[in-house]
Design a binder for this molecule. Structure first.
Ligand code: ATP
Ligand code: MG
Length: 596
């Protein structure tokens, strides 16, 4: 499918309406011949012929046709406008769904502001095309043809003289269409870029302020703004050359008419009335010529926008689901990674990862920053596909599973917490909007969020700002944890979810999590050993590999990477390891001198 075929598929639904509106346009154009025709009659029959009796009839016909034309024009304008809005509604919905269906890779590569401009500026160019340009082109072509035919009927020699400008008009229009296309593509690019810049700066405004970079950002913005202005001026420079040519051609027509017509009248080849009739058609020839340049512009603007939207939304997501994907209401939560490697743009992120988790087990994942912990979980949610090996849940390869079914069974509190501008209750209940308030309260208690939420001005009804503005880092994490828990999924992933809460709170959360009745397989990613020490299995990730695995005690025995980290975090490690009284030790640490 080409971009244009894609666009026209949205118009299909409005075909009958648009055809009807086109018929109305045709009728109004046909009726345009009444005025010049009657003007000719008035001159030849009434003024020169002295037949005054027909004058009232002529006047009535003229007034009536003009009234009817006005009503019909109003009617078709409404149809075109309504069809354009209806079509745009469907298209926006389609584009939005396509954007939602895109995978992580797509969002890694596309800028937010750029994607937003597809739904705003580009859509507007399309709406304008459907509402005005389609009928504009048709009306102008029709008026031109009708006028020419009528002039032919009145006097074919004069018509031939007028046709002489047609090839020039065609060539000029074609040239303009070709010339402005890259200019409009340039405009759209700069518009997207400007949009992206503003979007990033507005959402990152706190960073700009913190670094006192207002002047720097303003300068950068000015560059973007300049770029956009230059792009618009560039396009204007091009069409500016063509508009006068069309204007000139329109004037040439007038000159031909009065020159040739005048000579013919003087020589007696043509009556005065006929000259008046022909000059009455002049606007029908002039207007299309004058508008040709503008319509060519609008058309190219539209084509550029359709192509941009089409190229953005028709990207096939890399994550594909087979036709007969397995769908399960609930998984037991058995997870297996076998020989999993993941490469991103030729960079090896994960190498030969192997582990097996039984349903209901808690898995701790620890490792240096950038070692691949979050990526491991991204593969488990199938946000990315493994490059080699297999990830299985309950023995089923993720690639054979229905994505919705898989993700519905996973509750994830992401490392980079994102909250919607909604109430706290709305944010927690995001995964199950129809749940009862008691359920929201229950998970908020587990996540140790209930107390601070009650202290907020409107409790659970407090609206948190965009991305959770107004909440502390730890508060956001706890809401995100409650949100993940509320789904009551078979697999819970907590990626650095307690990094911003104090140890006391973290311990309380872990105790609550441990006492959950339903069985969940839990992945706990953390940098603090205290966060994962009680896990059934701990995976130590380093540079994309699992270098150690086992329980806390087993790993300490190994005296490897985990042991070293433990030493760094707890200082006097020898003493602790020797009497293996970590739990007692941590009680002591909680007393005050914990490093973490
Ligand atoms: P942290 O503890 O800081 O959260 P992490 O262990 O979770 O770190 P990951 O986010 O998994 O680390 O990243 C592992 C490596 O993969 C990093 O070097 C990162 O730059 C790289 N990486 C992550 N995602 C992508 C991606 N989409 N494209 C390219 N490289 C990526
Ligand atoms: Mg991470």
């Amino acid at each position: 499918m080409t971009a244009m075929q894609w666009f026209f598929s949205f118009l299909k639904k409005y075909r009958a309406k648009l055809i009807f509106a086109t018929v109305l346009v045709t009728i109004t154009c046909m009726m345009a011949i009444v005025n010049p025709h009657i003007s000719g009659i008035i001159v030849d029959d009434i003024i020169e012929g002295g037949n005054r009796n027909v004058l009232p009839l002529m006047m009535v016909i003229m007034i009536a046709t003009n009234l009817i034309r006005a009503v019909l024009k109003y009617w078709f304008l409404v149809i075109f406008e309504q069809s354009s809005q209806g079509m745009l509604y469907t298209m926006r919905d389609f584009v939005y769904r396509k954007l939602l269906a895109q995978d992580f890779n797509f969002y890694n590569k596309n800028r937010t502001g750029d994607l937003m401009s597809r739904q705003t500026g580009d859509m507007e160019a399309i709406r304008h095309f459907v509402a005005y340009v389609i009928y504009g082109v048709y009306e102008n072509v029709l008026l031109f043809v009708i006028a020419l035919v009528m002039i032919f009927i009145v006097d074919w020699k004069m018509a031939l003289c007028m046709i002489a400008v047609l090839p020039l008009t065609a060539v000029t229009t074609a040239k303009q269409l070709k010339a402005v296309k890259p200019a409009f593509q340039n405009i759209r690019q700069h518009f997207s870029s400007l949009n992206t810049f503003v979007q990033e700066n507005v959402s990152g405004n706190r960073v700009v302020k913190a670094f006192a970079k207002e002047a720097y950002e303003t300068e950068k913005f000015n560059k973007e703004n300049d770029g956009y202005r230059e792009a618009e001026l560039g396009a204007a420079n091009i069409w500016r050359k063509y508009v006068p040519i069309f204007e000139f051609l329109a004037n040439v027509l007038s000159i031909i008419l009065y020159l040739v017509g005048g000579i013919m009248v003087v020589k007696g080849y043509m009556s005065m009335g006929k000259l008046v009739t022909v000059s009455g058609y002049l606007w029908m020839l002039n207007m299309p010529l004058r508008q040709a340049g503008w319509l060519a512009n609008d058309y190219q603007r539209f084509v550029t926008s359709v192509e941009r939207i089409y190229n953005t939304v028709m990207v096939e997501p890399a994550i594909q689901v087979p036709d007969h994907a397995v769908s399960k209401k609930r998984f037991r939560g058995e997870i297996e990674f076998s020989h999993v490697s993941y490469h991103a743009d030729d960079e090896v992120i994960l190498k030969d990862i192997n582990f097996q988790i039984k349903p209901g087990q808690t898995v701790g994942i620890i490792g240096a920053t950038g070692s691949g912990k979050s990526t491991l979980m991204n593969l488990l949610c199938r946000f990315y596909d493994v490059t080699e090996g297999e990830v299985k849940i309950d023995g089923i390869n993720l690639k054979d599973l229905d994505l919705y079914s898989l993700r519905d069974n996973i509750g994830m509190a992401m490392q980079d917490v994102f909250l919607f501008s909604d109430t706290i209750e709305g944010n927690i209940a995001y995964g199950r909007p129809n749940c009862s308030f008691d359920e929201v309260e229950a998970v908020a208690k587990i996540a140790n969020a209930h107390n601070f939420i009650l202290q907020m001005p409107e409790g659970y009804d407090t609206i948190v700002g965009e991305r959770g503005v107004g909440l502390s880092g730890g508060q956001k994490q706890r809401i995100s944890l409650a949100r993940a828990l509320l789904k009551s999924p078979s697999v819970i992933i907590l990626d650095d979810t307690t990094s911003a809460v104090d140890m006391e709170t973290e311990t309380q959360i872990q105790n609550e999590l441990g006492s959950l009745h339903e069985k969940h397989t839990v992945f706990l990613i953390a940098h603090r050993i205290s966060s994962i020490k009680d896990a059934d299995q701990i995976l130590v990730v380093d540079d994309g590999r699992i270098i150690e695995s086992g329980t806390h005690d087993e790993l300490l025995e190994k005296r490897g990477y985990y042991y070293t980290v433990f030493h760094h975090q707890y200082g006097d490690f020898d003493a602790i390891v020797q009497n293996k009284s970590f739990h007692r030790h941590s009680e002591w640490l909680k007393g005050g001198s914990m490093v973490g």
